[in-house]
Design a protein around this ligand. Structure first.
Ligand SMILES: Cc1cc2nc3c(=O)[nH]c(=O)nc-3n(C[C@H](O)[C@H](O)[C@H](O)COP(=O)(O)O)c2cc1C
Length: 391
C-alpha cells in the first residue's frame, strides 16, 4: 500500500492517460494486469477538431504523436461511471478546457466529481493542441508552436489549480511537462494553489523523419502533412528522471511520473529519483498490458529481495546524491582489463577520444597513465571484461 494525495494505492502503478485508457474494456484489462489506477483519456468540454491516433513509432526508442482521439465531455463522464462500477481501480480524470474560460475548468471538474472520479488530473501540458492560449491573450508568437499554455505561466497554473480546489472536494493533481520554462517553479505555483500532487509528463516534442526516398514526405502513418508531436517512450527516460528530481526538490506534494518507463527497473529508478507513483503509456501501446503485470510484480519482488519494507523507502532515495556539476567530487582511476575474459575483439579500441588502449598478444591492454577513466570501454565490452578501478 502506498499513500498518494490522501488515497491508498495497492501498488505504485497508474496506467497513463492515452489510447490505453480510452475505453472500459481497456480499463478492465488494466485492472486484470494489476494496475492500481488509471488516468482516463483526456476529456475536453468540446473536442476542437477531428483526430485519430497517428503516431510515428520506433519500438524500443520512441513515439511521436501529433494527434489522438480525445473524449467529449459526455463520453469521458460515461467512461468514469462505467470504470467505477466495473472495477475497483482508483480513477484519475484527465481534463482540460481549451480556448475557453476558467468556468469550463470548474464545470468539468465538478461533473467528474459527481460521476464518482477519485482524482482530477488537470492537464496543463498537452503537447498537441494550443490549449487555453486565450487565457494568455493568445501570446503564441509561432503559429506552429502548440502545447497547453497554462504551465508556461506559474501564476495562471496557480489560479486554475486554486479554482479547481475550491470547486471539488476530491484531490487535484496538475500534469506538467518539460515544455514549462522552469518546471520547479510552476510545480511550486501549483502547490501554492493547493494541488495535492504533481503529475509529470517527461517527454518533449518532436518531428518524424522525412522519407528520403519519397519526396521528403514525413513518416507519420495515414496523414497528409506534419505537425510537431508529443515525443514519448524509452528515449525520454533520462530526461524524465531529471524533471522528477528537479520537482521533488522543490515541492512537498507527491509526484506521479511518466516518461520512458517500460519495465520494473525503470519504475524503481523513477521512484528513487522522487516519484511516489509511476505511470506509462507508450510501452503498453507497443507491448500490451503484460508490461503492467511485469512492472507491478517486478517492484514487489525487488522490495522483498532487497529487504525494503515498502515502496515508501524507495521514494527519493537517490536525491541525497544530487548536486551541482562544480560540486561533484572526482575519483581518480582507470579501466582494468580481465585478460581471462577478454577475447581480443577490439571494440574497446574504438572510442574516438581514447589513447590508452591497444591490443597486446590479442588482448586489450590499458595504459593507466593515459586512461581518462571515462568508462566507455566498460559500457562497450560485450564480455564484461573491463572494470573501473579507483587509485
Ligand atoms: C498516443 C498518446 C496519447 C496521449 N494522450 C494523453 C492524454 O490524453 N492526456 C495526457 O495527459 N497525456 C497523454 N499522453 C501522455 C501520457 O499520458 C504520458 O504522460 C506520456 O506518454 C509519457 O509516458 P510514456 O513515455 O510511458 O508514454 C499521451 C501519450 C501518447 C503516446
Amino acid at each position: 500500500m502506498i499513500d498518494f494525495a490522501g488515497l491508498r494505492f495497492k501498488n505504485p502503478f497508474v496506467v497513463a492517460s492515452g489510447p490505453v485508457t480510452a475505453s472500459i474494456d481497456l480499463i478492465k484489462r488494466a485492472e486484470k494486469a494489476r494496475a492500481s489506477a488509471v488516468s482516463t483519456k483526456l476529456t475536453l468540454p468540446k473536442v476542437p477538431f477531428r483526430c485519430q491516433l497517428r503516431p510515428y513509432s520506433l519500438p524500443g526508442f520512441g513515439t511521436i504523436t501529433p494527434m489522438d482521439r480525445r473524449l467529449e465531455e459526455k463520453e469521458g463522464l460515461e467512461l468514469v461511471r462505467k470504470a467505477k462500477r466495473a472495477t475497483s481501480l482508483i480513477i484519475f480524470a484527465n481534463i482540460s478546457a481549451p480556448k475557453s474560460s476558467l468556468e469550463d475548468w470548474q464545470k468539468l471538474a465538478k461533473e467528474f466529481e459527481e460521476a464518482g472520479v477519485d482524482i482530477i488530473e488537470a492537464n496543463f501540458s498537452c503537447p498537441n493542441i494550443g490549449l487555453s492560449r486565450e487565457l494568455l491573450n493568445n501570446t503564441a508568437k509561432d503559429e506552429l508552436t502548440s502545447g497547453a499554455a497554462i504551465q508556461q505561466v506559474p501564476m495562471l497554473a496557480k489560479k486554475v489549480t486554486r479554482l479547481l480546489k475550491e470547486s471539488v472536494k476530491i484531490p487535484v493533481v496538475c500534469k506538467l511537462s518539460a515544455a514549462a520554462e522552469d518546471l520547479g517553479e510552476v510545480a511550486e505555483a501549483c502547490e501554492d494553489g493547493g494541488a495535492d500532487g504533481i503529475s509529470i509528463y517527461g517527454g518533449s516534442v518532436g518531428l518524424p523523419p522525412p522519407d528520403i526516398y519519397d519526396e521528403a514526405r514525413p513518416l507519420y502513418p495515414l496523414l497528409e502533412g506534419a505537425s510537431f508531436g508529443g515525443l514519448t517512450g524509452p528515449q525520454t527516460k533520462f530526461s524524465t528522471y531529471r524533471l522528477v528530481a528537479q520537482v521533488a526538490r522543490r515541492v512537498k506534494i507527491p509526484i506521479v511520473a511518466s516518461g520512458g518507463i517500460g519495465n520494473s527497473r525503470d519504475a524503481i529508478e523513477m521512484m528513487m529519483w522522487g516519484a511516489t507513483l509511476v505511470s506509462a503509456c507508450t510501452s503498453i501501446m507497443w507491448y500490451g498490458f503484460e508490461v503492467v503485470e511485469e512492472i507491478t510484480r517486478g517492484i514487489e519482488n525487488f522490495l522483498k529481495e532487497q529487504n525494503y519494507s515498502s515502496c515508501k523507502d524507495l521514494v527519493g532515495k537517490a536525491l541525497q546524491y544530487l548536486t551541482s556539476s562544480e560540486r561533484l567530487k572526482l575519483i581518480e582511476g582507470y579501466a582494468d582489463v580481465d585478460r581471462d575474459k577478454c577475447d581480443g575483439c577490439g571494440i574497446c579500441l574504438k572510442p574516438g577520444h581514447c589513447q590508452a588502449i591497444e591490443l597486446q598478444a590479442k588482448k586489450a591492454f590499458v595504459d593507466p597513465t593515459r586512461c581518462l577513466g571515462c568508462g566507455i570501454c566498460v559500457a562497450l565490452c560485450p564480455r564484461e571484461a573491463i572494470e573501473l578501478r579507483s587509485t
